[in-house]
Write a protein that binds this ligand. Structure first.
Ligand SMILES: Nc1ncnc2c1ncn2[C@@H]1O[C@H](COP(=O)(O)OP(=O)(O)OP(=O)(O)O)[C@@H](O)[C@H]1O
Ligand SMILES: [Mg+2]
Length: 459
């Protein structure tokens, strides 16, 4: 009854085009050799890699493989996660010395792979190295350099109208040559004329320990100041080697209502004192104001905290202004970079590790080499769990690349990045006293670890 049109229709030009593109597309494994597994995050797994054909001491990369959707054991393709889209879209547009560089994005087997420049360390690892191995504080010159460079990266993002919304030690990387690289833009958002409001009722941003008081108080509007609060928390954590506001996160109820984060607010109030409407006029309009008023009251003791941990009046002034309860009074990234604390000795250096010697230097990032032959499924069960890490992992999905025999070169990434050609991104870095030298070498590998901190992503 029906005529067969298939012979009369012109061939689909897109099909031919796609076939040609598919044939030409290089696979991840044909282009990169996987040296080991680094970490498993919320959205995927991160591997250390080297470009095939590059010399032994060539550049290193971190390849982030987004998890494909799975129904049982069957990998389905239901689309690309919002987090991946944001991370890719934003990363493609930005370029700054203190933000990790995305080199390319590859699509293979229903998974997305993002190829980043590799960074040997991160803030969490430096904190663990000092608290567990060296058992001493981070030198002030190192701490100041890390925070200065972090703020420099934050200034760049904010100037590009990007809120990071997940600044925390595990997401702030450092190259072997002591250059800070902000990573993980999975929660980041453009704030310039957004199509969607930033606030979405049931969505939470920023890992709880780093979450600004306006977010904890249920603010409907928030801005760049949430990143600056997180920088304050990171500075305090570097200074004391433990999170300053280590609260317990209240869970979403089964109606997905965002609960009152009582414990986290109390942890903040215990150090900064209970906020007053006189210092934060917007406080009384916050959705959680009535709940907050029922909490025990606390006195401000940040000065005492800083006397033990920062030992500097300018350091105290700085932290106080980063921890301003009123987001409108909190320092901007630019104002923060101009603070006196950075002009006081020791001054920040471009190589944050320049004053560290030998064993003081943090060890290389730990990678694992699973024998993946027994775990050939892309999302096989976690194989390795690191102490102090909320992350567990397997190198399973790269089973076929034949991992092994990896000898980690020392300092190669940093020295390449410091070849003198790296554009020093403007954005205030010119203020730094530029140091030289390399990040040095260390023998043991150790994972940067993930965070045990909880977060709900999106918004
Ligand atoms: N460029 C890189 N070089 C070296 N290690 C990296 C790099 N990028 C990420 N990592 C490591 O992988 C971890 C996870 O990466 P990332 O934060 O981007 O993923 P995620 O899925 O968003 O994780 P999470 O939800 O834990 O934040 C980082 O904390 C860091 O230890
Ligand atoms: Mg992360």
């Amino acid at each position: 009854m029906f005529e067969d049109w298939s012979n009369t229709l012109p061939p689909d030009p897109m099909r031919a085009y796609r076939a040609k593109k598919d044939a030409a597309r290089r696979t991840v494994q044909s282009k990169y050799s996987i040296l080991g597994f680094i970490s498993s995050g919320t959205y995927g797994r991160v591997y250390k890699a080297k470009a095939r054909g590059d010399p032994e001491d060539g550049l290193l990369y971190a390849i982030k493989k987004f998890k494909p959707d799975k129904e049982g054991e069957v990998v389905t393709y239901t689309g690309i996660s919002q987090s991946a889209i944001r991370e890719i879209a934003l990363n493609r547009e930005i370029n700054h010395e203190n933000v990790v560089a995305l080199r390319e994005v590859m699509l293979e087997d229903k998974s997305i792979y993002m190829v980043f420049d590799y960074a040997e360390h991160d803030f969490l690892q430096v904190i663990h190295h000092h608290s567990q191995t060296l058992r001493c504080n981070i030198q002030m010159a190192v701490l100041k350099s890390l925070i200065f460079q972090l703020l420099n990266g934050v200034l760049y993002l904010h100037t590009c109208h990007i809120l990071h919304r997940d600044l925390k030690p595990a997401n702030i990387l450092i190259t072997a040559n002591g250059v800070v690289k902000i990573a993980d833009l999975g929660l980041a958002r453009l704030t310039y004329e957004p199509l969607q409001p930033l606030f979405a009722g049931d969505k939470v941003v920023v890992t709880i320990w780093y979450r600004a008081p306006e977010l904890l108080m249920g603010a409907k509007h928030y801005n760049k100041a949430v990143d600056i609060w997180a920088v304050g928390c990171v500075l305090a954590e570097l200074a004391s080697l433990r999170p300053i506001f280590k609260g317990e996160e209240a869970k979403l109820d089964n109606k997905k209502n965002v609960p009152f984060q009582k414990d986290q607010l109390l942890k903040i109030f215990e150090i900064l004192g209970t906020p007053e409407v006189s210092e934060w006029p917007g406080l009384k309009n916050m959705p959680e104001y009535q709940n907050m008023k029922r909490l025990d009251r606390f006195k401000d003791r940040l000065f005492d905290w800083c006397q033990q941990k920062l030992k500097s009046r300018d350091g105290y002034d700085f932290l106080r202004k980063l921890f301003s309860y009123d987001p409108d009074k909190r320092l901007t990234a630019r104002e923060a970079l101009d603070q006196k604390w950075f002009q006081e000795e020791p001054r920040p250096t471009r190589n944050a590790f320049i004053s560290m010697k030998g064993q003081q230097l943090p060890p290389q990032r730990r990678i694992t080499q699973d024998d993946a032959s027994t775990t050939a499924l892309p999302n096989a069960a976690p194989q390795v769990t690191q102490p102090n890490s909320g992350k567990a992992a397997s190198a399973a999905s790269f089973a076929s690349v034949g991992i092994g025999g990896f000898a980690a070169p020392s300092g190669n990434v940093g020295s390449a990045a410091y070849g003198g050609t790296a554009a020093y991104g403007g954005m205030g870095m010119s203020r730094l006293g530029v140091g030289s030298g390399n990040g040095g070498e260390s023998t043991s590998n150790r994972t940067a670890g993930g965070s045990s901190k909880k977060k709900a992503r999106l918004g």
